[in-house]
Design a protein around this ligand. Structure first.
Ligand SMILES: Nc1ncnc2c1ncn2[C@@H]1O[C@H](COP(=O)(O)OP(=O)(O)O)[C@@H](O)[C@H]1O
Ligand SMILES: [Mg+2]
Length: 307
């Protein structure tokens, strides 16, 4: 057993080493996924660290990260492999130009040659099944909710036996299954059958203390008082009725903007000038600008005040 993942504490420590702040619940499910060799399904609001944890696990274990970004219309073919048609055409044209010597034999040789590794474009699922010197890779299947049900059904099968068949080449089987992490921003429900195959964890917005830890890890240049104000303000903002609440990514972006502007503490003016780092919809921005920002800031100050 790898010491880095020998216990929940070890897993949390490994992620900490990658500047990833991981609570006990998430640390437990990551530990179990690694120990049991089960895919990990992470669902939650955008910007809560789902994609990042796959990167942190890969970096922490020194494994290759293979990312499959899902999108509408993604099909099995482009997830596994494709033939490089352009290269195949060039090979055919070249053979034609040189001229086939005698009928039969060379044509067959060319045909065989066209369907070898040389003309194969490996897509993430196939890449993940190839042996890697460093050990099984981390396969990140990101934003699964963007695909459709047929693709989920296909994935379900691929994840159950970790092998793919290429008619012209034969079957490729992973010598050791990859570490699989699936994420969803829950723009739709992912099918039960797929979830059941995985260990599941809902990734919520962090509480004040954890978000402050994240900010310390990701924007250590920010002074303590400013960091606390930033986190408290974002936390407060998330309780407002917004179309799109700011994620942790936005908290970090905002902190970096404020640092670039040499801001020492928040003011309604500073908030108005930089609100675009936090809110990305005009309706939300209009709601929060002006007196509302001042009211939220006053509340934040009152809460942060000692005693
Ligand atoms: N627990 C965490 N520890 C450290 N950084 C985090 C954490 N959660 C989020 N982040 C930061 O927020 C950014 C966005 O996270 P990301 O993984 O892209 O969100 P998601 O995939 O859930 O939409 C990351 O790049 C990272 O900087
Ligand atoms: Mg993501």
């Amino acid at each position: 057993m790898d010491d880095r993942i020998g216990s929940i504490d070890a897993v949390q420590g490994m992620l900490d080493g990658q500047d990833y702040v991981c609570g006990r619940a998430l640390g437990t499910v990551v530990f179990l996924a690694l120990r049991l060799g089960r895919p990990l399904f992470l669902e939650g609001e955008p910007g809560t660290g789902k994609t990042e944890i796959a990167k942190a696990i890969a970096a922490g274990l020194g494994r290759r990260l293979i990312r499959m970004q899902c999108y509408e219309g993604l099909d099995a073919a482009s997830a596994v492999y494709e033939w490089n048609f352009a290269e195949q055409m060039i090979a055919i044209r070249t053979a034609e130009a040189v001229g086939f010597e005698g009928p039969g034999a060379d044509r067959d040789a060319l045909k065989d040659e066209l369907f070898t590794d040389r003309y194969l474009i490996e897509r993430p699922l196939l890449q993940a099944m190839r042996p890697q010197a460093a050990g099984p890779p981390v396969l990140l299947i990101d934003e699964l909710d963007r695909t459709d049900e047929p693709f989920e059904a296909f994935l379900l099968e691929a994840l159950s036996d970790f092998q793919v068949t290429i008619p012209e080449l034969g079957t490729v089987r992973a010598p050791h299954p990859p570490i699989v992490i699936l994420t969803s921003n829950r723009t739709r429900e992912v099918h039960d059958a797929l979830k059941r195959r995985c260990l599941y964890h809902w990734v919520d917005y962090p509480d004040f203390a954890r978000e402050l830890d994240i900010l310390h890890a990701r924007a250590p240049e920010a002074a303590e008082t400013l960091s606390r104000e930033i986190v408290a303000f974002v936390q407060k903002l998330r309780t407002e009725d917004l179309f799109k609440k700011p994620g942790v990514a936005e908290t970090i972006d905002w902190a970096k903007c404020l640092l670039a502007l040499d801001v020492i503490d928040l003011s309604p003016q500073v908030i108005a000038d930089t609100i675009g780092a936090l809110l990305k919809y005009q309706d939300d921005i209009q709601r929060i600008e002006g007196s509302e920002a001042k009211r939220l800031l006053d509340e934040v100050r009152a809460e942060l005040a000692p005693g």
